[in-house]
Design a protein around this ligand. Structure first.
Ligand code: ADP
Ligand code: MG
Ligand code: ZN
Length: 482
């Protein structure tokens, strides 16, 4: 019997607010900031220090809850999750347990089999821990990260392949970036994944025991770790063994999971309501205001772009980053005036501008080629002022200098030659200079006409209008045959 994977993801995302979750310490990049500079009695757990909830963090969390189609719970209760670890100075983490901020949501993911709905069980707020560094035979701890607002987003076990897992994680990251609550920088650990994996025989209903893989800090680790665990469990079940519930770590070097501990359960943490923070009651009006000011999300942008006549591929590429989608939207607006179609704009962005951005490692908002400049360039190609090859080299120059396409064309005399007289002269020269090729052509080798075309284009510095060249050349060759 074949097996199928059942996977649920827990995603931890830091909320990039100005200050921490329960104190006024700054939220800083914990991979570069000087250790233990951004700390105070609250986030280092000194006795008697009192936490105060960061309103902005709640707002960010509500944004996420709404964007994930969740119900926002009006009454929020913070709880203490008790456990000991050297990066947790209080001996407990302030989290949410019985009453999380948001529940029962869903998002759509794009897969080869089409769009799938993945349910989101809950979204709750907590605080990040400090960071440990292991050096030789001792350890160091940095509390800069301690108390940074952290959102935990838990899916239902609706994922059935590592492709689903990757698509879900990617979509979630995109949404968080669109919302401006997290920059998605996995190398810095601002988003971290845990994959809960079980397998069952196809056709059976019951879920089997799952294992949970921690510290998956890149898409690669997420995919490789989940894949490894699926295969391992299939081997265990099919050889008559039993999969034990446990928490696993992922070793990047060996590409294997390893057992960290047999799985803890909720009662091990002895959760109880946080006595220092009263239950939080959210005003409906505030939630409504946040909802109405929510940015347009990728799915809706994608629909809009499809209606502009883009292919599904183009639309997905353009919505993957909010900045790119905004750039495209602006270009389409500018294109209305210049009669430049959205599809042409999409092509120029995806095939030309993206490679220039990649080569120079630039983000689209920093590009010297503004949406308006790009549209003006496309208009020059459309109206025949330059041909599309010249257009590409003009774009390279625009990208480097920020000059307009029109100025570059004028300055360098790149205007396309459509004048039939000039083109005829060039064709006659090529024919006169190449009697052997003419003989071949007249002897029946039709492909030589392509060679003539290339020679004429080159002879005119690539600036001649290709369709005029083709037309005049065809006429000339017909004459020769007579
Ligand atoms: P806990 O809160 O103890 O970590 P939950 O039952 O709330 O555990 O689930 C945590 C995650 O594990 C969720 O993403 C859920 O979808 C997933 N999950 C639960 N049961 C299974 C299972 N049998 N196989 C795979 N994933 C599962
Ligand atoms: Mg868990
Ligand atoms: Zn602090």
């Amino acid at each position: 019997m074949p097996y199928e994977p059942i996977i649920g993801l827990e995603v931890h995302a830091e909320l990039l607010t100005q200050s921490k979750m329960f104190c006024s310490c700054a939220v800083v990049d914990s991979t570069t900031a000087e250790p233990n500079r951004y700390v105070c009695p609250v986030c280092t757990g000194q006795p008697g220090a009192l936490p105060v909830v960061n309103k902005r963090a709640i707002e960010f969390a509500i944004r996420v809850g709404l964007a994930l189609n969740c119900e926002i719970q009006r009454v929020n209760v913070f709880a203490r999750k008790n456990y000991f670890y050297p990066d947790l100075p209080k001996g407990y983490q302030i989290s949410q347990y019985e009453l999380p901020l948001a529940t029962n949501g869903w998002i759509l993911i794009d897969t080869k089999e089409g769009s799938k709905k993945i349910r989101v069980r809950r979204v709750h707020l907590e605080e990040d821990t400090g960071k440990l560094f292991h050096v030789d035979n001792y350890s160091l701890v940095d509390f800069n990260r301690s108390g940074i607002p952290l959102l935990e987003i838990v899916s239902e076990p609706d994922l059935h392949s590592v492709e689903d897992v990757k698509a879900y994680a990617t979509k979630l990251r995109t949404i968080l970036r669109y919302l401006g609550v997290n920059n998605g920088d996995m190398e810095k650990g601002v988003i971290r994944f845990e994959s809960n994996v079980s397998v069952r025989e196809v056709g059976t209903e019951k879920f089997n025991t799952r294992t949970e893989i921690k510290n998956l800090n890149s898409f690669r680790a997420l995919v490789k770790g989940s894949e490894y665990e699926i295969e391992r469990q299939i081997k265990v079940w099919s050889s008559g063994g039993v999969v034990e519930q446990e928490t696993l770590g992922w070793n990047e070097n060996t590409n294997k999971t390893y057992s960290q501990r047999s799985k803890e359960s909720a009662h091990d943490y002895r959760y109880f309501p946080e006595p220092d923070i009263p239950p939080l009651e959210l005003e409906q009006k505030w939630v409504d205001d946040i909802r109405s000011s929510l940015t347009e999300l990728p799915d809706s942008k994608r629909e809009r772009f499809l209606a502009f006549g883009l292919t599904p591929y183009d639309a997905s590429v353009l919505v993957a980053e909010r900045e790119v989608a905004d750039y495209f939207d602006e270009a389409v607006k500018a294109g209305k005036e210049k009669k430049v179609e959205a599809k042409a704009i999409a092509n120029w962005i995806i095939s030309q501008l993206f490679s220039l951005l990649n080569e120079s490692n630039q983000a689209i908002p920093d590009s010297k080629v503004t949406p308006t400049l790009l549209v003006e360039l496309i208009a020059l190609v459309n109206d025949g002022t330059i041909n599309s090859n010249t257009g590409k080299s003009v774009l390279n120059e625009m990208f480097a200098t920020g000059e307009s396409g029109g100025d570059i064309v004028k300055k360098k005399g790149l205007g396309q030659v459509s004048d039939e007289g000039a083109i005829k002269v060039a064709i006659e020269k090529v024919i006169a200079d190449n009697p052997d090729q003419v003989a071949l052509y007249l002897g029946g080798k039709d492909t030589v006409s392509k060679w003539f075309f290339g020679q004429v284009m080159r002879g005119m510095g690539g600036k001649s209008n290709p369709s005029v060249v083709q037309k005049v050349l065809d006429e000339k060759l017909e004459e020769l045959k007579k």
